[in-house]
Ligand binder design. Structure first.
Ligand code: 3HC
Length: 324
C-alpha cells in the first residue's frame, strides 16, 4: 500500500499523500514526503531511544564479571550484547531520516541528547539484575510493543525484533528474582530491596503525566505513539501486581489498590521532582554514565579511523578496477 501511495518529494501531492497514509494507518517510508516536524520528532524519539539502549548497557555491564555463576554470566553477557544491537538498529532507523550516526553520538557525549532517566540509577547488588529485567525491561515492553505499529516503517520494523528480545530480558529478570525469593532470608531481603529501589523509577520511564507531556498529542495524531504515557503506565502496573504475588515481593506503594469502579489499580503519587532532577542531569549517576560513554567513544577513535581508512582503500581499488 505504501508503494502505491508514494509521492514525489517536496510537492503538495506529497503532503496530501502523507495525510492520506496517516489517515489510513499506513506506513511512511524514508523515500516518502513527510512534514519537517514529523521528521524532527522521529529523529528526537528514535535517537533518544538508541542512546537509552547504549547507555543502558552500563548498569548491567558492571555485573558481567561478578555474576554468581557461569550460566548467569553468559545470560547477562547476551543481554547486554542485545542492548548494543538494539542501539544499532535504532541508530540505523534514525539515519534514514537524514541525521548521521556521528552527529547523534556527538550529541550524546556532549550532554545535548536525552536518554532514559532509568539508566541513571546505581546497581549495588546482584538482585538489581533481576529488578532491571523484571521492571525496566517489563516497562520497556509495555511502552515498545505499541511502537511496532509506529507509522514510520524503519522504526516500527526495528521495534518488532527489539520487543522479541526484550521479552527474553524480562523473563530472565523475573527468574533471577524468583530464585532469590526462594533462597535464604538474606537473598529475599536483597530482592525486595532491589524492587523497592527500581519500582518508582520504572514507572517514570513512561514519561511525564499526560497533562504535562508536550509531545504526546502530536505524536499520537501521527500514529507514532499509540497510547498515552499514563495509559501505558497503568497497563504496566496492572501487569506487575499478579507477577509480584507470584514472586512474593511487595510493590512499595502503600496506596496501590484495585478500584472496582474503574476496573484499574489506583496508585500513589510519583515523585515528579525526582524525575525532573534526573532529566536535568542531576540523577544519582548521570555524570558517570555520560563520562563512561565519552571515554569509550574517545578510546574507540582509532577503530573508527582504521575502519574508514580501510573502506576508502577498498573504494579506491574498486574505482580503479572499474576504470581499467
Ligand atoms: N527519561 C528521559 N527523558 C524523558 C523520559 C524518561 N523516562 N520521559 C520523557 N522524557 C522526555 C522526553 O524525551 C521529552 O523531552 P524532549 O521534548 O526534550 O525530547 C520530555 O521528557 C517530555 O516528554 P513527552 O511525554 O512529551 O515525550 P515523548 O512523547 O517523546 O514521550 C517517551 C516520552 C514515552 C519516552 C517516548 O519518547 C517513547 O516512547 N520513546 C521510545 C521508547 C524509549 O525511548 N524508551 C527508553 C528506554 S529503552 C530501554 O528501556 C532499553 C531496554 O533495554 C531496557
Amino acid at each position: 500500500m505504501t508503494t502505491a501511495l508514494t509521492a514525489d518529494a517536496g510537492t503538495l501531492d506529497g503532503e496530501a499523500m502523507f495525510d492520506a497514509l496517516i489517515e489510513a494507518d499506513g506506513r511512511i517510508e524514508p523515500r516518502d514526503w513527510m512534514p519537517e516536524a514529523y521528521r524532527r520528532t522521529l529523529i528526537r524519539q528514535i535517537s533518544q531511544h538508541a542512546h537509552s539502549e547504549i547507555i543502558g548497557m552500563q548498569p548491567e555491564g558492571a555485573w558481567i564479571t561478578r555474576a554468581p555463576s557461569l550460566k548467569r554470566k553468559s545470560i547477562l553477557l547476551a543481554k547486554v550484547q542485545d542492548e548494543a544491537g538494539h542501539g544499532l538498529y535504532l541508530y540505523s532507523a534514525a539515519q534514514t531520516l537524514g541525521i548521521t550516526r556521528d552527529e547523534m553520538t556527538q550529541q550524546l557525549v556532549d550532554g545535548k541528547a536525552r536518554y532514559s532517566s532509568i539508566f541513571n540509577y546505581p546497581t549495588p547488588t546482584w538482585a538489581d539484575m533481576g529488578a532491571i529485567g523484571w521492571l525496566v525491561d517489563g516497562a520497556a515492553i509495555c511502552n515498545q510493543v505499541p511502537l511496532c505499529r509506529a507509522s514510520y516503517g524503519p522504526y516500527g520494523r526495528a521495534m518488532v525484533r527489539i520487543c522479541k528480545e526484550e521479552s527474553f530480558h524480562q523473563r530472565q529478570g523475573f527468574e533471577i528474582l524468583l530464585t532469590l525469593m526462594q533462597g535464604t532470608e538474606e537473598q529475599r531481603e536483597m530482592a525486595q530491596d532491589a524492587v523497592n529501589r527500581w519500582y518508582w523509577p520504572s514507572l517514570m520511564m513512561f514519561g511525564p503525566p499526560d497533562d504535562d507531556s508536550p509531545n504526546s498529542a502530536q505524536s499520537m495524531a501521527w500514529n507514532i505513539k499509540r497510547f498515552s504515557n499514563d495509559d501505558l503506565r497503568q497497563r504496566f502496573v496492572s501487569m506487575l501486581v499478579p507477577q509480584a504475588a507470584v514472586l512474593g515481593v511487595t510493590l512499595p506503594d502503600p496506596d496501590l489498590r484495585f478500584n472496582d469502579e474503574t476496573g484499574q489499580y489506583d496508585m500513589g503519587e510519583i515523585d515528579w521532582t525526582e524525575f525532573h532532577e534526573v532529566l536535568a542531569g542531576r540523577g544519582p549517576l548521570n555524570t558517570l554514565r555520560r563520562q563512561h560513554r565519552r571515554e569509550a567513544h574517545e578510546e574507540g577513535a582509532w577503530v573508527r579511523e582504521a575502519a574508514a581508512a580501510y573502506a576508502a582503500k577498498k573504494n579506491a581499488a574498486r574505482t580503479q578496477t572499474a576504470a581499467a
